[in-house]
Design a binder for this molecule. Sequence first.
Ligand SMILES: [Zn+2]
Length: 161
Amino acid sequence: MAGLASPGPGASARPRPREPGGPAGRPGPQPRRLPAEAPRPGAMIRCRACGAPITRRAWAIRVRDAHEHTVFNPAGLVFRIGCFVEAPGVRPFGPRSTAFSWFPGHAWMVSACAGCGCHLGWLFLAEPSAPGAPARPPVFHGLVLDRLVEGAGDSPSTPSA
Ligand SMILES: [Zn+2]
């Protein structure tokens, strides 16, 4: 196609004639994009093994049209993973690899619980050059849902034993 110069549908810059009589200065109010909603952190999701806080329900995202993905690795192990935009409770480690990536265009690193070190999933990082790829999050976490438990809220409560 020859329309390289035309902005995509997301571009909002529309040539607008200047109005000499308008208020001086720049346009102040920004367009509202999100509904006014109380910032709710959502339920805490914790490591099933040690109870350390890993991520939050509110940080769940959809990647390739789904939050949950059932995937398997070259060894034949099946994982049910959920995608999260943030997971402060995990520590990625090891080499960055693109081998067998479940999300084409993303490299991955293994993620472990920062509390107990058990394997919780993977950190996916968008490769810089993927021509023609659809929009995708630059970084996200794929966490093994069976290794997580969803807590009720924010309280640092210990599991009742
Ligand atoms: Zn843990």
